[in-house]
Design a protein around this ligand. Structure first.
Ligand SMILES: NC(=O)c1ccc[n+]([C@@H]2O[C@H](COP(=O)([O-])OP(=O)(O)OC[C@H]3O[C@@H](n4cnc5c(N)ncnc54)[C@H](O)[C@@H]3O)[C@@H](O)[C@H]2O)c1
Length: 254
C-alpha cells in the first residue's frame, strides 16, 4: 500500500483483536506504530512482537476515558518518532456489549459505561490527535464502528447507539477537516473471530454467523486490519467520510 512507509500511526485500543492485527499490518507496511491499551502488558506484547520482526513499535498503558492519558498517548508518538500521521481509534468495552439488553431494560450504568469508552473516548482521541495530525500536514483517521449501527438489532441498544455516534463523529471530522488534509473513515466489521470472541461464542452461534455470510468463512481480525490499513494509506486518498463494511457480505448497504 502506498503512503504508509515511514509514517507514524497510533492505535488506540491495540492490545488485542482487531487493533493488534492493525498494529501488525501497519508495521508490515513500514509504519512506526504506537499501541495504547487499557492493558499495558497486552500493548507492550504487541509492540515487542512487531520489534522482533524488525518493525518499530512502542506499547503503553492508556485509558480512552481519561483526557491526560489520551494526550499522553498522542504525545508518545511525537516523542518517540517525531510526528503523528495516522490514527486508528478502536477501543470498545466488549464486556459491556455482552450484557447490553433492549431500551426498556438497559441500565444507565451500562449505557454510560458504553458511551464513555466507545463514543466519548473516540471524541477524546480525535481532539487530542488533531493538532498533531495538522502539524504533520494532514493525515488520516480510521474509526472502528460496527454493523450494529445500522442493522437494527433487538438487543445491544447502548452499543448500537455508541457506534452510530462514531459514524456521525467520523463524518463530521471528514467534513470539517477534509480541506486541511485530514481524511476520516470507519470500518464496520461484522462478527469477527478474535481470540476473545471465540472464547465467548455460545454453542451454535458460529454456524449461525456463518449462515449469514455470503462467503465461505467468518471475518478475521486481519481482514479488518487490511481495510484499516487501506483507509489510512494514500491508496485511499479520495475516500473520505465513508463507512466500509468488512463482513463477508452479511449486510449490503447502498
Ligand atoms: N469482534 C467483533 O465481532 C466486532 C464486530 C464489530 C465491531 N467490532 C469492534 O471492533 C473493535 C475491536 O474489537 P475486538 O473484537 O478486537 O475486541 P477487543 O476487546 O480485542 O479490542 C478492544 C480493545 O480495546 C481495549 N479497551 C477497552 N476499554 C479501553 C479503555 N477504557 N481504554 C483503552 N483501551 C480500552 C481493550 O483492552 C481491547 O484491547 C471494537 O471497537 C468493537 O466494537 C468488533
Amino acid at each position: 500500500m502506498r503512503g504508509l512507509r515511514g509514517k507514524v500511526a497510533v492505535i488506540a485500543g491495540g492490545g488485542s483483536g482487531i487493533g493488534a492485527a492493525t498494529a501488525r499490518r501497519l508495521a508490515e507496511e513500514g509504519a512506526q506504530v504506537v499501541i495504547g491499551d487499557l492493558f499495558a502488558d497486552a500493548a507492550r506484547s504487541v509492540a515487542s512482537s512487531i520489534e522482533s520482526t524488525g518493525g518499530r513499535a512502542t506499547g503503553l498503558a492508556f485509558d480512552v476515558r481519561d483526557t491526560t492519558s489520551v494526550a499522553r498517548l498522542m504525545q508518545t508518538a511525537m516523542d518517540a518518532y517525531g510526528r503523528l500521521d495516522k490514527l486508528h481509534v478502536n477501543a470498545a468495552d466488549m464486556g459491556a456489549v455482552r450484557e447490553d439488553p433492549d431500551a426498556a431494560e438497559v441500565s444507565f450504568e451500562l449505557f454510560d459505561r458504553t458511551i464513555a469508552v466507545n463514543l466519548r473516548g473516540h471524541l477524546l482521541c480525535t481532539q487530542q490527535a488533531l493538532p498533531h495530525l495538522l502539524r504533520s500536514g494532514g493525515g488520516a483517521i480510521a474509526y472502528t464502528t460496527s454493523e450494529s449501527a445500522y442493522i437494527g438489532e433487538p438487543t445491544r441498544v447502548a452499543y448500537a447507539m455508541s457506534k452510530s455516534g462514531v459514524n456521525a463523529l467520523m463524518r463530521h471530522v471528514a467534513s470539517r477537516w477534509g480541506r486541511e488534509g485530514v481524511r476520516a473513515n470507519a470500518v464496520a466489521p461484522g462478527f469477527t473471530l478474535t481470540e476473545e470472541s471465540d472464547r465467548h461464542l455460545a454453542p451454535g452461534l458460529r454456524a449461525e454467523f456463518l449462515a449469514g455470510v455470503r462467503g465461505r468463512r467468518l471475518v478475521s481480525p486481519e481482514d479488518v486490519a487490511a481495510a484499516v490499513a487501506f483507509l489510512l494509506s494514500e491508496d485511499a486518498a479520495s475516500i473520505n467520510g465513508q463507512v466500509i463494511s468488512v463482513d463477508g457480505g452479511r449486510t449490503m448497504r447502498p
